[in-house]
Design a protein around this ligand. Structure first.
Ligand SMILES: NC(=O)c1ccc[n+]([C@@H]2O[C@H](COP(=O)([O-])OP(=O)(O)OC[C@H]3O[C@@H](n4cnc5c(N)ncnc54)[C@H](OP(=O)(O)O)[C@@H]3O)[C@@H](O)[C@H]2O)c1
Length: 222
């Protein structure tokens, strides 16, 4: 089934944590890293997040730089990439940043029977795929059908794990910050039930003056 090219972006500490055990969206990115993320967002057709990241952090997912937005428009693209949420249960407030920051196309994937008529009336595109949980293979195939060629995934760890497990990730871009959060309960890049055994091929490494390292890997598809 055709699907978009999928790039997974993560900011992690040296001990591999993507947040503290409190799970309140701890700051990991540096100023320069936030610019890198903005450039990545500006290069894709859509940005996807999982339910807990969507509801707990209510991310804007828009391109911050006016210049990058203008360049997208000059290329014939919308000002911002589409925002994509994956959730079993939608609990978005009508004034949430995810819904109101834009302009941007908003796409939500939910299991069958879990749509939201009010959001649909507001112009949010809601697709019901899967039974108890969202069928991510079907969701990506739907994204390809509606014109999304390049997708950036911005976590969290559970969504990352499922996409990696299903062989739906092409590339991983990782900012490693000079921090250690520690704690077995702090989330990591790929949190999920079971285990993964994936091989990566490094494509580039950048070391930055702010102490961060950017690692880029291609995922070896089995
Ligand atoms: N540093 C970073 O780069 C970064 C980026 C993003 C997030 N984070 C951190 O990651 C943490 C949140 O991650 P998380 O793992 O708790 O949650 P998550 O990956 O954001 O969301 C996972 C949830 O999505 C829903 N879902 C529905 N269908 C699914 C499917 N097929 N596969 C996977 N998920 C599906 C499920 O919740 P429902 O059953 O409720 O639908 C699932 O629990 C936070 O601490 C946040 O700060 C870090």
């Amino acid at each position: 089934m055709p699907r978009p090219y999928v790039l997974l972006n993560v900011a992690a500490t040296v001990d591999g944590k993507i947040d503290t055990h409190e799970r309140r969206g701890a700051a990991i990115s540096t100023v320069r890293d936030r610019q890198r993320v903005d450039e990545l967002r500006a290069s894709v057709d859509a940005v996807m997040v999982g339910s807990r990241t969507l509801h707990d952090e209510d991310p804007r997912l828009t391109v911050k730089s006016e210049t990058l937005r203008a360049e997208r428009v000059a290329r014939g693209q919308p000002e911002n990439p589409a925002k994509v949420g994956v959730a079993s249960l939608l609990k978005l407030g009508s004034d949430s940043r995810f819904l109101t920051s834009g302009p941007a196309r908003i796409i939500l994937f939910v299991p069958h029977g879990c749509g939201d008529v009010d959001l649909g009336r507001r112009g949010v595109e809601i697709y019901e795929v899967g039974e108890a949980r969202v069928d991510l293979t079907a969701a990506l195939s739907r994204l390809a059908e509606i014109g999304i060629k390049r997708l950036m995934v911005e976590g969290g760890g559970t969504l990352n794990f499922e996409l990696l497990r299903l062989g739906l990730v092409d590339e991983v871009e990782l900012f490693v910050a000079p921090l250690i959060f520690g704690g077995a309960a702090a989330p990591t890049l790929a949190d999920g039930d079971g285990a993964l055994s994936l091989k990566l091929v490094r494509s580039s490494v950048e070391t930055w003056d702010d102490g961060g390292v950017v690692l880029r890997y291609m995922v070896e598809q089995s």
